[in-house]
Design a protein around this ligand. Structure first.
Ligand code: F6P
Length: 340
């Protein structure tokens, strides 16, 4: 068989580990692999390179993706859809492995609906893909945010300030939750919860009165009740670029206005998407990449490899993409047990 593999959407640590897993598993069974460049753009525009074991043998340790990525929506027009099918036909691709988040996988679902032989691997630092317990990229990105929070704590302590760290994660609060819990924040704001300014001010005052400084984590997707979409712009899948709204800075301004406590804010932004993957992400990406090849070898096209408990298994893309996975109430309860 000839396998194709692509990485689409926002990059995250672990993509290279997944590519390597696909190449090793497929070539281990005597098959060949090509990598499409820059996500679905490479399939649409016929941009690819061969992938051998020598190309990927040590990339498990590297962040980013050796194939490049983009937020190209290949089914934006029928013309583009035709190009996708024609590239796959011309190259004689027997199985395509699409590694990505909701958007990349929804394009895979569309390809499957049109008879394409495609399987999925979920990734995203946002951890918001349905059907899987965790996505790789999330652990690495949250670890980077926890490290940033520790640095901010030092300076907040020295200057007796409140400091806000705004983290990414889109409309799911997983990264903020992990950062707040793992980094001992005094308050953490998630997009899944209505913004409660009074409670926030209370937590900040309590923290400052106990030890002279406060640390707050804010998810970029938090709705502060301002008009939406005012400043951000959109990507090709129609998603607002949330960090442009600057909710962390706005929360900082409100805290300072309400309390008189000197307040600063920082956006970690894309720093949390780079760097080597954590061990957890390397192993998860490896397991999912191998399983995706096994799904294809078993003819289980239209499925995505997912983690459920200790097991890696295949579920239909249709089921996994039914709804994004957001933070449920028990996690919020745990998080807020540690508010100041
Ligand atoms: O989906 C991953 C993510 O990092 C989100 O958390 C964030 O909102 C978005 O991508 C940023 O997108 P871009 O890299 O296109 O600016």
């Amino acid at each position: 068989m000839k396998f194709g593999v692509l990485t689409g959407g926002g990059d995250c640590p672990g993509l290279n580990a997944a590519i390597r897993a696909v190449v090793y598993r497929a070539t281990g069974h005597g098959h060949t692999v090509v990598g499409f460049l820059d996500g679905w753009k490479g399939v649409r525009d016929h941009l690819l390179r061969p992938l051998t074991r020598a190309d990927v043998h040590d990339i498990v340790v590297r962040g980013g993706t050796i194939l490049g990525s983009s937020r190209t929506n290949p089914f934006k027009s029928e013309e583009d859809a035709t190009k996708v099918l024609s590239t796959l036909g011309a190259e004689g691709i027997d199985a395509l492995v699409a590694i990505g988040g909701d958007d990349t996988l929804s394009a895979a679902r569309e390809l499957a609906r049109r008879g394409g032989k495609v399987v999925g691997v979920p990734k995203t630092m946002d951890n918001d893909v349905g059907g899987t317990d965790w996505t790789f990229g999330f652990d690495s990105a949250s670890t980077a945010a926890v490290e940033a929070l520790a640095r901010l704590r030092d300076t907040a302590h020295s200057h007796h300030r409140a400091i806000i760290l705004e983290v990414m994660g889109r409309h799911a609060g997983w990264v903020a939750l992990a950062t707040g819990l793992g980094g001992a924040a005094d308050a953490t704001l998630l997009p899944e919860e209505p913004f409660d300014e009074e409670a926030l001010i209370r937590h900040v005052r309590t923290a400052v009165s106990h030890r002279g400084y406060a640390i707050v984590v804010v998810s970029e997707g938090v709705d502060l009740g301002r008009p939406k979409g005012a400043t951000g712009g959109q990507d090709e899948f129609g998603h607002e670029l949330l960090r442009e709204r600057g909710v962390g800075a706005e929360v900082g301004r409100r805290i300072e206005a309400a309390t008189g406590i000197e307040t600063r804010s920082a956006q970690i932004g894309h720093i949390q998407r780079g760097g080597p993957p954590t061990l957890f992400d390397r192993i998860l990406a490896t397991r999912l990449g191998v399983h995706a090849v096994d799904l294809a070898l078993g003819g289980r096209f239209g499925e995505v490899a997912v983690l459920r408990g200790e097991r890696v298994e295949g579920v239909p893309l249709e089921a996994a993409l039914r709804a994004p996975k957001t933070v449920p109430a028990p996690w919020m309860d745990l998080l807020h047990a540690f508010d100041a």
